[in-house]
Design a binder for this molecule. Structure first.
Ligand code: ADP
Length: 484
């Protein structure tokens, strides 16, 4: 419990119907920075998940009946509790996930900003009145919460990925059952404790933790009381879960993998582009679905840009996220390190050149930040989501060819482009088949904006005025006999 001020936030059991569940069996959580044991967490499986869904079902209708202003007030209390405990939440996050403490703090604040945003939006669920087709008819549209929501989230943002889904769901009047990743359950459980303290009624917000993801996932996608399923994770797992949801025709939001192009035109401010790239590439050691995965640089500035990138990467300090000078922490597991190493050696075998920061700790799951030059869009490193601190540079010759190459991917989540030419900015932004395009910026996500993808990157939006719609059903009321 290294350095946690409020020991009540160190929670190691599932949170169901306002209770912490005991378990017969436990699984261990380790610190990826050094392999140290952190906690034994009680295993939950299908039975506990079913109990959570049933508790959520019982709690949801009353939660939905509350005036929106009251739900909003409770969500604001949850938000305030997150910010009041930001140091502890960040520390728990760094311990189990590895990212630098400053980034962990940023993630907690980012997650909390969605709670605030949707607490404010909760009171603005407007319907419509529509002119009817005849003198006797009136047409009304109301919006109602979909009901019980199941969610599964990954280990790369153990706080924010879950909170970003729970906030709109609860604001809309839904009840929520979360399954965080077994690698990083502690952040989600700490947030559950804060939900309890903030006064969320029993059963409205539940967190189930366990290592048998398929068993838990089966309940969350197929239980008859589940009306909506929201997932963030890999495309492969997302496809499987989407198929499971098809059986019960559940509503779904799928936030899946990415393969973000980062395009630098010759007219760009190259220093600003390097600065943006460092954020878009190395945040969370490259383990984000919006990480720039293919860096396309116009040939006339390719060498100049590559020099600047090499200099910036050489200055990165790799180490334990709890050390204040660390820029880049460990990857989540040894398996993750091997996957990245394989992609790099495959591209080197195909002719790319690799230059790596050499100074990385010998213990822990570290991969050195690496610049790969002479990469082509056909190489494995450009076809797959790298999920590690590897920066592949690909030269290009003109606007049309870079648009075609950027779009030549099954994914369509985030894209970045740097140019000072306003016409080009619009042409290229509109041509990119991506749900989000950042122009002259390396960080694009915030609560006011709709986060989400196209193609195999999924569907649905998180954040913004659109984010609430994912948790609302539209109901049409047909009123007849109005002329009598
Ligand atoms: P990653 O490979 O990055 O861990 P996954 O998509 O496998 O990405 O994991 C994201 C989340 O999905 C995690 O919470 C994980 O436990 C869960 N998960 C993985 N496989 C399944 C499955 N078959 N059914 C339900 N959940 C799953």
């Amino acid at each position: 419990m290294k350095g946690i001020q409020d020991r009540g936030l160190w929670c190691t059991r599932s949170f169901v119907n306002g209770q912490w569940l005991e378990g017969q069996r436990h699984f261990a959580v380790h610190n990826p920075a050094n392999g140290a044991w952190l906690a034994d967490v009680a295993e939950a499986g299908a039975e506990e998940t079913t109990a959570a869904v049933e508790a959520a079902y019982r709690a949801q209708q009353e939660w939905a009946r509350l005036p929106a202003a009251q739900r909003s007030k409770t969500l604001m209390a949850w938000h305030d509790a997150m910010l009041a405990n930001i140091d502890d939440l960040a520390r728990i996050l760094t311990l189990e996930q590895g990212k630098p403490l400053a980034e962990a703090k940023g993630e907690v604040a980012y997650g909390a900003s969605y709670v605030k945003w949707f607490a404010e939006e909760a009171v603005r669920v407007y319907g419509d009145t529509i002119p009817g087709p005849g003198p006797d008819k009136r047409v009304l549209v109301i919006k109602q919460p979909v009901g019980v929501v199941g969610s599964i989230t990954p280990w790369n943002f153990p706080n924010a990925m879950m909170v970003r889904k729970a906030a709109p769901a609860l604001a809309a009047g839904c009840a929520f059952v979360a399954k965080p990743a077994a690698e990083t359950p502690l952040s989600a459980l700490a947030v559950a404790e804060l939900a309890r303290r903030a006064g969320l009624p029993d059963g409205v917000f539940n967190v189930v933790v366990g290592t048998d993801a398929p068993a838990i996932g089966q309940v969350l996608t197929q239980h008859p009381h589940i009306r909506k399923f929201s997932f963030t994770g890999s495309t492969a797992t997302g496809k499987r879960l989407l198929a499971q949801c098809a059986e019960g025709v559940k509503r779904t939001s799928m936030e899946l993998g990415g393969n973000a192009p980062f395009i630098v035109f010759a007219d760009a401010d190259l220093d600003a582009a390097v600065e943006g790239l460092m954020l878009a590439k190395f945040r969370n050691a490259g383990q984000t679905c919006v990480c720039s995965n293919r860096i396309f640089v116009e040939r006339s500035v390719y060498e100049a840009f590559a020099q600047k990138v090499r200099a910036a990467v050489a200055g990165l300090k790799v180490g334990d996220g709890l050390e204040p000078e660390t820029h880049i922490g460990p990857l989540i597991s040894e398996q993750a390190v091997s996957k990245v190493a394989e992609l790099v050696s495959a591209s080197v075998a195909e002719g790319a050149q690799a230059e790596a920061v050499t100074d990385v700790p010998s213990q822990g799951h570290y991969y050195p930040p690496t610049v790969l030059s002479g990469v082509s869009n056909r190489m494995a490193v450009a076809r797959n989501e790298i999920f590690g601190p590897v920066l592949p540079l690909i030269p290009f010759d003109d606007e049309a060819s870079v648009i075609a190459e950027a779009n030549d991917s099954e994914f369509g989540l985030a894209a970045y482009l740097y140019s000072r030419d306003i016409g080009r900015v619009f042409r290229v932004s509109e041509a990119l088949e991506y749900g989000m395009v950042a122009v002259n910026d390396g960080i694009l996500s915030n609560a006011a904006a709709p986060f989400g993808g196209m193609k195999a990157s999924g569907h649905g939006r998180e954040g913004s005025k659109y984010g609430l719609d994912d948790y609302l059903d539209i109901k049409y009321l047909c009123l007849g006999g109005m002329d009598r």
